[in-house]
Structure formats: structure tokens, C-alpha cells
Write a protein that binds this ligand. Sequence first.
Ligand SMILES: [Zn+2]
Length: 384
Amino acid sequence: MVETVRYTYRLRPGSTAEAALLAEWGRCRWLWNEAVHQQKIGAKPTFCKLSKLLTEARGRNTWLREGSQVVQQQTLRTYASALQASFKIKGRGRPTIKKLKNTLPSLEYTLRGFKIRARRLRLAGGIEIPVVWSRELASDPTSVRVYQDSLGHWYASFVVCREVCAAPASSGAIGIDWGVKTTATTTNARFDLPHLGHRKRCAAELARAQRKMARRRRPKGHAQSNGYRRAKRAAAKLYKKAARQNIHDSRQWAKSIVDNHQVIAVEDFKPRFLAKSTMARKVADAAIGAAKRELAERGMRTGRRVVLVPPAYTTMTCSECAVRAKQRIGLNVRVFECMACGFTAGRDLNAARTILATVERDRAGGDDVRHVITSLRGVGSNAV
Ligand SMILES: [Zn+2]
């Protein structure tokens, strides 16, 4: 079996290449915003119509002709499919204007638009960029996305095919509950994912960096100072570092879970980044988000059964006799005690056991309609 995955590499463009990339992005952004405008005036822009408009516009404007047609067409194709998706999928908003201030450069090249020659990435329009080949590509790439992150670093994300590596055969089942103190509590203590020390440190550092930013911020309408920009960059750097550590830890953890279990029952935790929540809470939520994503992705890829269980009642249901407590258990109560059978366990352990039991019983009737099990299909990106 073959799977499609993304392999991402750091790019080191020189000043000429970087200027060319930014100019390319400027043209694509203009086209995207034109397409949004077409939609707003009710022109129902399909890719076909937009393509025609592009040909006309390129005929009229020399500055547009200076850019690569491949990447411009791809921009419109992406726009058209985003628009299509917004009609089909409930709750998905229409594509919006990309403002210079708050969108980061991102360019997509199909097979016609790029080549790898002499270990360098060559893009349409004569842009040549050295790549940091941190690992070998699994196959010849079929497309590439070139993008810049909030720190100004450039990356190339190639789409490649590779053989699926089968996980070792396993028959075990595990239930997983997410939390702030312990990122993941599982039915088998050996597989728990503790909230690591470096996360606490990083929460404190991030909070400090954001206070610094707040101190230096000037009122709206005034240009921000260099001190503010430096503070903002420092905060972004810390944020990135924390995100990388999260991904690293969760990948190792997800591998150990997936290698040893066939059925994986996961609490369907949705982080809410509330304005008032503390930095520690935000950092913990981000750790949970990363772990859940990595687990889902790896589980799906290796053909395990990954099931998401809605978190309603999992903390107040006894994992031994399935009787639900009459009242919600306060957040500070760390031990679960069943009134019916006298079963006692740690609050999170009981929740993890209930999550697993829900999946094993596969119940979805009567009282438990809200426990309907959602299979995790197509969730998570393919980013590697
Ligand atoms: Zn009980």
C-alpha cells in the first residue's frame, strides 16, 4: 500500500530569491482578493471563469505577466475549491480577503511549476533556492507549497508517495482522557503522558514575553516601536519552540500507543482558547491538541481503530458498573467514588476507563444518545 504524505524542509533563499517570492506572493494575493470581490458582486466565480479572467488580466497588466502563470492558476484553483467547500460544508465560511498585514506568504506549485536540480529547488519564473535536505525525499514530489512562517523562515512542503509501514500486530485496547496536570491519563499507567516540566517553564517565559509586548504596545493608529517589534518576535520564537517540543513529545508518545493497541478510545477534547484563560492553561491545551492530532493521524495511517468519545458524563460515570453519579463532580475532587458499587479510582483514570468501556460496549441507545461514537475519519492533516 502507498500513502500520500508531506515532507517539509527549511529553505534558505538569498535576498534576490526572497524578493522574487514576496513579489510572487503579492500578485497571488491580489488575484485571490479579486476572486473574493467577484464572489461579493455575485459573479459566482468558478475556476473556469476565474481562469478566463486571469488570461484577460495578464493580457492587460505587465506586472501580472511578470509572475508565473502556474502559481497564479493554482491560487485561483485553491480559491475555487475553498468556495465550493464553503457551499457544501455547513459552518464553513466563504474565503475572505487576504490582507497584507495578517496573512503569511504561501505559494503552491504543481508539477509544471518546479524542479529539483543539483539539490536546489527551482521554481517557475527562474527562482532558485537552496534547500536544507534534512532527510531524503521518499519519492519524486508531485507538488510543493513554499511558505513563510511568522518568524520569517521559509519552508518547502513536498507531496510525496511512500510505502505504508505496517505497525506490529496488536490486539490490545486503551482508553485515553486528557487533562491539565497529566496531559494524557490512560487505562494503563505505563502509557500515561505526563505534563512535562519544560512546558511549565515555557508557559512562564511566554507569559513574560507577552507582558513585555503589552507594555511596549502603542495605541491604535500609531506606528509600533522597534522595541515592540523585538518583543513580538521574541514571543513568536518562544511560541514556535513550544509547538515544536509538543510535536516531538506527542509523536514519540503516539508511536508507543499505536504500536501496542488495536483499539484506541480517545476523549474528544476541543481546546477553547479563551481570552481570559491563563498562559499555563493555554500551553496545556496546546499540548493536548498536538497529542490528539498525532495519535489520530498515526492511528489512521497504520489501520488502527481510533474512536472519539464525546466527553459528556465520562468523569461522572462509574467505569466498573456504568452507573452515572447524580451530580457533577467538582474540578478539585481528584478521586472518583461510586455510590452504587463502591468502586474507587483516580478521577482521570476512571474517565479513561469509562471512555474505553463506552467504545467496547458500543452503546448508543436510550440514555446514552449523547455518547454516540464518532469515528475519526479524515481528521488531522498529513503533515509529517
Ligand atoms: Zn460503580
